[in-house]
Write a protein that binds this ligand. Structure first.
Ligand code: BEZ
Length: 211
């Protein structure tokens, strides 16, 4: 059965550009973004990998480690890295899993045979420090991902970890949020002493905590 939100992310040991990598040991107490690519030396992937290298400091700020994957060997990843640096201005500064036997791709359901027979689709798994899967966007091979949106979703998910709020459509950090429907007005008063805008009894808009 396909991995779903809330499931435990499976552990694995696989070759990578950083050597043999045990996923749980590598992840430690960090959040992780694990993202797959159809194949090395392909154009859309080349742009994505370069962009992720530039975005790494933003992931670092959020205690998120990033790791790529494709079903090619380490030598191909290393060779491809040079092209990525040449064309995108940055080589990957994070490990790339060399999933030559598709061990990880099969574990995580990254191969969708009705879309692409042998290559992985563009999967993204956000995994929290307890190794629970928290976000699973999936894109076809021809559509480059919007990794800024992944960062935005991480900001929302991390905010709701520690505060009893949800985030509305197209929310950006610093904008107003919504008090969780499960929180009674009495309990909300203790958490949000400055009050909220009750647009409906179930739609209570409040300033972002800490925002
Ligand atoms: C790409 O990364 O450009 C790509 C890979 C497989 C199919 C289509 C595009």
């Amino acid at each position: 059965m396909a991995l779903q939100l809330g499931d435990t992310a499976p552990n694995f040991t696989q070759d990578s550009t950083d050597g043999a990598l045990n996923f749980y040991q590598w992840a430690g107490d960090s959040w992780v973004v694990l993202f797959s690519h159809p194949k090395d030396f392909t154009p859309v992937c080349t742009t994505e990998l370069g962009y992720m290298a530039g975005l790494k400091p933003e992931f670092d700020k959020r205690n998120v480690k990033i790791i790529g994957l494709s079903v090619d060997p380490v030598e191909a990843h290393r060779e491809w890295s040079k092209d990525i640096e040449e064309t995108q201005g940055r080589a990957p500064n994070y490990p790339m899993i060399a999933d030559h036997d598709r061990k990880v791709a099969d574990l995580y359901g990254m191969i969708h045979p009705n879309a692409l027979e042998t290559m992985t689709v563009r999967s993204v798994f956000l995994i929290d420090p307890n190794k629970r899967v928290r976000l699973i966007p999936t894109y076809p091979a021809s559509t480059g991902r919007n990794f800024d949106e992944i960062l935005r979703a991480i900001d929302s998910i991390q905010l709701t970890e520690t505060n009893k709020v949800a985030t509305p459509v197209n929310w950006r950090p610093g904008q107003d949020v919504i008090i969780l429907p499960s929180l009674s007005n009495d309990d909300a008063k203790a958490l949000f002493p400055d009050g909220w805008d009750a647009q409906k009894p179930y739609l209570r808009v409040v300033k972002q905590p800490g925002g």
